[in-house]
Design a protein around this ligand. Structure first.
Ligand code: SF4
Length: 427
């Protein structure tokens, strides 16, 4: 089956030389993922084993109201813990006992490591094993690291999902697993599209609760919805599942290519594909055309932050008419990012990792119309007259699949619109 897509460029960026940099970086840590994961996995609790700084980051980023019962918290490591004067494992056991006694709704407990717990080499995998033995089968205890040492903020979700893969039940059924935390409304739209194609059974990871039917085995094929799930991809392959490589489902063309790869795998006919996708594709194209007008012929520069940079550069270039100058990503994983790189015409500098001062110099010299970067860089660049888009907003806003394609273009158009309005007002 074909999906009537525009032909790929004669020369895509997959084989382009990559500028690799390992210097000072400006990124949030992996604890940030808890903010969307605790909403998604409704019977889970995320217990960060960290410092007061970690607790403050979560409290301020999540903006929890004090009368709500949050599904995350921090077991604070005090100075005496850091100095090795207390037995941190005993303290952690006591904290977990109090928590589970007070919150019988918790079925999955994630112990989340941080910079301080890593520095004192607190072995959370041993703690998770011990606590699982104590609280199984009612509560499953897993652990992963959200530390900011050598990680980026989206790696928190990757580490969380990867920690779930080894404990998924086994199955020999031929099933599609869709991997990546999506807002419920977007996940429901995706499931409806796959249902219209006649693809199934479909399982999701992470599931909304522990009682879901998500299982894995050698007949499982999986598709990723987020480009930052490298460790989860490897963990699923270790369980015998096979990855369906595809561009990521951003914009009309990305969504169509993603669905087409799944449709090919499941033998969906061209007629069936057209029947299921023609109307939403048309709506998405119209929405993008309306929202993307301010983006046409503008240049864009990506600092490495969310790991969404490559698929978003593909979307902005191929669907919105922008010219990418540099596309920086914290990591480039050929199995995940290759299909989007194939569709991105050669021209931009592709860079992996960061040396922030050198990259700022390149950005200042290029003077892009729009710079996509982390919060820490956005304000200084705005003060220098550059329009910026916060990369973190792209993870907190529903942006996947056809119905969100216009909103995705609007997110990038907004700073340019604001600048032109301010420019007119100042004249
Ligand atoms: S995990 Fe590390 S970077 Fe993140 S808030 Fe805690 S101390 Fe800071």
């Amino acid at each position: 089956m074909t999906a009537q897509m525009p032909p790929p460029p004669a020369l895509g960026c997959r084989a382009s030389p990559v500028l690799k940099q390992r210097g000072q970086r400006e990124v949030f840590c992996g604890l940030t993922g808890i903010i969307w994961l605790h909403r998604k996995i409704q019977d889970a609790f995320f217990l960060v084993v960290g410092s007061r700084t970690c607790a403050h980051l979560l409290q301020s980023a999540a903006g929890v109201m004090i009368f709500a019962e949050p599904r995350f918290g921090t077991a604070i490591l005090e100075e005496s813990d850091l100095a090795g004067l207390n037995d941190a494992h005993t303290e952690l056991d006591r904290t977990v006992e109090q928590l589970l006694a007070r919150r019988p709704d918790i079925r999955q407990l994630f112990l989340v490591g941080s910079c301080p717990s890593e520095v004192i080499k607190l072995d959370l995998s041993r703690a998770a094993e011990r606590l699982t033995q104590t609280y199984a089968p009612k509560v499953r205890v897993l652990e992963y690291s959200g530390s900011g040492i050598e990680t980026t903020f989206t790696q928190g979700e990757d580490a969380c999902l990867a920690s779930m893969v080894p404990v998924l039940p086994s199955t020999e059924a031929r099933e599609l697993m869709v991997v990546g935390a999506l807002p419920d409304v977007v996940e429901d739209q995706m499931l409806a599209l796959l249902d219209d194609l006649g693809v199934g059974p479909v399982r999701v990871l992470p599931a909304r609760n522990i009682e879901s039917d998500t299982a894995v085995g050698s007949n499982t094929v999986f598709a990723l919805t987020q480009p930052f799930l490298g460790d989860t991809h490897a963990a699923l392959e270790r369980r015998g599942a096979r990855h369906i490589a595809a561009p990521f489902p951003f914009g009309e063309e990305g969504t169509t290519a993603w669905l087409a790869a799944i449709a090919r795998e499941f033998g969906v006919t061209e007629e069936q594909f057209a029947k299921a996708t023609d109307a939403p594709r048309r709506r998405a194209r119209q929405a993008i055309a309306q929202a993307a007008a301010p983006l046409a012929d503008k240049s864009v520069f990506f600092f490495p932050d969310s790991q969404l940079e490559i698929p978003l550069a593909r979307f902005l270039t191929c669907e919105c008419g922008m010219t990418p100058l540099e596309v920086g990503s914290p990591y480039i994983h050929d199995a995940l990012h290759g299909p989007d790189l194939d569709l991105l015409p050669q021209g931009p500098q592709i860079s992996e990792g960061q040396d922030v001062d050198l990259q700022l110099d390149r950005c200042r010299e290029a003077r892009p119309d729009l710079t996509v970067c982390g919060l820490g860089l956005a304000n200084p660049l705005e003060a220098e007259g550059l329009s910026t888009k916060w990369a973190i907003e792209l993870v907190f806003t529903p942006v996947h699949f056809y119905e969100q394609a216009g909103d995705l273009a609007s997110l990038f158009a907004r700073p340019l619109r604001r600048k032109s309005i301010l420019g007119v007002a100042a004249e």
